[in-house]
Design a protein around this ligand. Structure first.
Ligand SMILES: Nc1ncnc2c1ncn2[C@@H]1O[C@H](COP(=O)(O)OP(=O)(O)OP(=O)(O)O)[C@@H](O)[C@H]1O
Ligand SMILES: [Mg+2]
Length: 251
């Protein structure tokens, strides 16, 4: 696996990690072959976001050894996709210890027949505990991206994620502010639902670069989904994000 691995994390859940990871991966396709590794054991959402249903790798899953079987990623939208969802039942809660989670992550990197990839985007689970730290350590990341919403609680949790990456010697390329101010689909006026975090308690005060502001998409009469079928202005934002990430990784 020679791909440049880009981890997408956030201390907080629900801020848009999976959405950003997938749309970034889509935008990176202009640069070469791209894979998506969904390591969110708690909520493996990438498969359903690209319409993969009932994919299960249940046979002969071995952790090591000469007869190790190599599983094939599922190809969708020109993306090679592997997900923890492929080894968990749909209603099965994550019930393994963090060391085993690390072993599974290792298998996903080295025990999968990945095609030659330029970039591998990894969707991490929310949080900064042992599970996340072990996963990050196994990934050999080229860099990490942090997703935040504008509000204080997202920044407070994201600060922990920044510290986690830094303590594991993984460079934080920058952060994406998701769900930032958007426009009302009815009257067109700018609206924001989150008050902004004070600068000194935000990740920006830790020297993290803001790479993109992705506006909150408000469901309206002609609204588009947040993944797939993006409207052109949103697609352009993700393309600009991908260009900044690529420029950062290649300099
Ligand atoms: N910019 C946006 N505008 C509107 N809705 C959004 C935006 N970004 C993400 N969403 C929606 O917010 C929800 C949470 O997004 P997502 O699942 O990507 O977050 P997450 O951080 O991966 O969550 P988890 O921590 O549970 O893995 C989803 O329903 C997604 O469609
Ligand atoms: Mg997610």
């Amino acid at each position: 696996m020679d791909a440049r691995v880009i981890a997408v994390g956030a201390g907080k859940g629900g801020v848009g990690k999976s959405t950003v990871a997938l749309n970034l991966a889509r935008a990176l396709r202009t640069q070469g072959a791209v894979g998506v590794l969904d390591l969110d054991f708690y909520g493996p959402n990438i498969p359903s976001m690209v319409g993969i249903e009932h994919e299960k790798w249940t046979t002969n899953w071995t952790l090591a050894g000469p007869s190790m079987r190599r599983f094939k990623p599922v190809l969708r939208e020109d993306l090679a996709i592997v997900s923890t969802g492929f080894v968990l039942g749909e209603d099965q809660p994550f019930g393994v210890d963090s060391m085993t989670a690390g072993l599974i992550a290792k298998q996903f990197i080295h025990g999968v027949a990945w095609p030659d990839l330029q970039y591998l985007v990894v969707d991490l689970p929310p949080g900064t505990s042992t599970v996340q730290q072990i996963l990050v350590r196994e990934l050999k990341c080229a860099g990490a991206l942090v997703v935040v919403t504008p509000e204080l609680v997202a920044h407070l949790d994201a600060r922990k994620a920044v510290q986690m990456f830094r303590s594991l010697k993984i460079r934080v390329i920058g952060a994406i502010e998701n769900m930032s101010a958007g426009n009302c689909p009815h009257c067109g006026q700018a609206i924001s639902i989150f008050p902004s975090a004070p600068h000194d308690r935000s990740i920006w005060s830790m020297g993290v670069q803001k790479l993109a502001e992705i506006p909150l998409q408000i469901a309206g009469p002609s609204s588009k989904p947040t993944v797939g079928g993006l409207d052109p202005s949103l697609a352009l934002l993700y393309q600009q994000l991908a260009d900044r990430v690529v420029a950062d990784l290649t300099t």
